[in-house]
Write a protein that binds this ligand. Structure first.
Ligand SMILES: C[S@@+](CC[C@H](N)C(=O)[O-])C[C@H]1O[C@@H](n2cnc3c(N)ncnc32)[C@H](O)[C@@H]1O
Length: 444
């Protein structure tokens, strides 16, 4: 077996938390993603892993694309999958070269000019009565946003008829430049909908009646869009020059960690962070972005149900599998026996689903990672009521069943966790902190 060439202890594992890295502060990120880790964390790993330059770095839960961005800046080939197409666009936008910056405002202005076709009045209707933007916007505002989105798609993606970005053939047509303008539009629409975003950033409210929908004028929408383009350009740290720009190959696609479309033993390192087990809904948190890319209700429901960590439950429960390890089985036992409402029903099923998905994904990770190579997973513990859900230990035991041996673990205490974001859970938590762990596995 080909073993890892560097001593595991000499690998630099820094605190993955975003707020520990000034470059990753909310103000310097291109997209307000709450679930990411810092570039400093993945850069430090890549700098000390001792990988050869032709190595392929993979992230099966790529989110906002921190791993693939770091691989790009450090000159490695990389692959990043995420089931959520709006996150694939964010990850792509982060690959835009700073050399493109001088032309971005001019392109934005040109897109706006072309989107400025006459719109109907607020009493009028959009051409598509099912446009998901109509959930929040009256037709007079939904139409100019949709026009802008159509222009980005027609001019920068398809060069002709609209292509829907819900499959990889279409996603492969999206350049970092096109993705940059999609992210600018995501940010514009998110700002316009600020009144519907509560303090929990993972939830988006809807207007109570059609009369409460937003009626922002086309001019204000277009001005806000150009403003967002300028703000993004100023986030220099998000678009640093790379060490070998033209040579790195980066594949960013819609993909399921439970069923990875890569060959056996095809990647050299994995740096990733599986979804947290805190019932934070990754689909709901991006409803706005998904609406911008025309994701209808049926597709949205399908995506939501497919995500690891979803807050939905399927009718038929997955059975507990002893292979998940003692810590997991004991936790599920304690959860099932908990006297609180719905413990035996919804919560038990929901956690079973999470662990079943995590287990299938770890099996896939072990299959695609070359023997002897390393996989780093950032994981966080949580609580069900007062019962400790030690996800990092559970992940280590589960992974072991697939030949992924834990060779190092670093724990970082945190008081700012996704548990804290879920306000209802605070009742049980008092001031209890949680731990973010970096798990390092070697594939045997
Ligand atoms: C913790 S976040 C990853 C954050 C990422 N490391 C970053 O820095 O932005 C987990 C991501 O997994 C994605 N996801 C959830 N279930 C998935 C699945 N079954 N396959 C692929 N991606 C999935 C979510 O959409 C979310 O973006």
């Amino acid at each position: 077996m080909q073993l890892h060439s560097t001593s595991i202890d000499s690998i630099a594992i820094s605190n993955p938390k975003l707020y520990k890295d000034p470059k990753s502060s909310k103000e310097s990120r291109i997209f307000p993603y709450y679930a990411g880790y810092s570039s400093e964390f993945s850069n430090n790993l890549l700098a000390t892993l001792g990988l050869s330059q032709n190595s392929i770095i993979f992230d099966p839960w790529n989110g906002s694309g921190t791993t693939t961005r770091s691989a790009f800046t450090n000159g490695f080939d990389s692959i990043g999958f995420d089931l959520n197409p709006s996150m694939v666009l964010v990850a792509k936008a982060r690959l835009l070269s700073p050399l493109e910056h001088p032309c971005l405002v001019a392109i934005a202005k040109s897109l706006v000019e072309q989107a400025r076709i006459p719109t109907t009045s607020c009493n009028g209707s959009t051409s598509d009565p099912y446009d998901p933007l109509l959930k929040w916007f009256a037709a007079c505002s939904a139409i100019p946003i949709r026009n802008l989105e159509s222009k980005i798609n027609n001019l920068l993606v398809s060069n002709n008829a609209y292509v829907k970005l819900d499959n990889n053939l279409a996603m492969d047509l999206v350049s970092p430049l096109a993705a940059f303008f999609y992210v600018s539009l995501f940010r514009t629409v998110r700002k316009l909908l600020i009144d519907f975003i509560p303090s929990n950033p993972t939830w988006v409210k809807h207007p109570k009646t059609k009369l409460n929908r937003k009626r922002t004028s086309p001019d204000s929408i277009f001005t806000a869009f150009i403003e967002e383009v300028k703000i993004l350009i100023s986030r220099e740290s998000s678009f640093e020059a790379t060490s070998r720009d033209s040579e790195s190959s980066i594949k960013l696609q819609i993909g399921n960690a439970e069923n990875i479309t890569l060959h056996d033993s095809s990647v050299d390192a994995i740096i990733s962070s599986p979804p947290y087990c805190t019932r934070i809904d990754y689909a709901v948190s991006t409803t706005i972005e998904l609406a911008v890319i025309r994701c209808g209700q049926t597709e949205f429901d399908l995506l939501r149900r497919g995500l690891t960590g979803t807050s939905t439950v399927e009718r038929t429960a997955t059975p507990v599998d002893a292979k998940w390890g003692a810590t997991c089985v004991n936790f599920l036992d304690a959860l099932y026996s908990h006297p609180s409402k719905a413990s035996k029903g919804y919560y038990f099923k929901n956690h079973l689903q999470y662990f079943a998905s995590l287990s299938r994904s770890l099996s896939e990770i072990s299959r695609v990672l070359k023997p002897g190579k390393l996989c780093f997973l950032v994981s966080q513990d949580s609580y069900y009521k007062e019962v400790h859900n030690d996800v990092p230990t559970i992940t280590s035991e589960m992974a072991n069943a697939f030949g992924l041996e834990i060779v190092r673990r670093e724990d970082f205490k945190t008081s700012r966790s996704m548990v804290g974001v879920n306000l209802k859970s605070k009742k049980y938590l008092n001031s209890r902190s949680t731990t973010e762990s970096v798990l390092c596995f070697q594939n045997n």
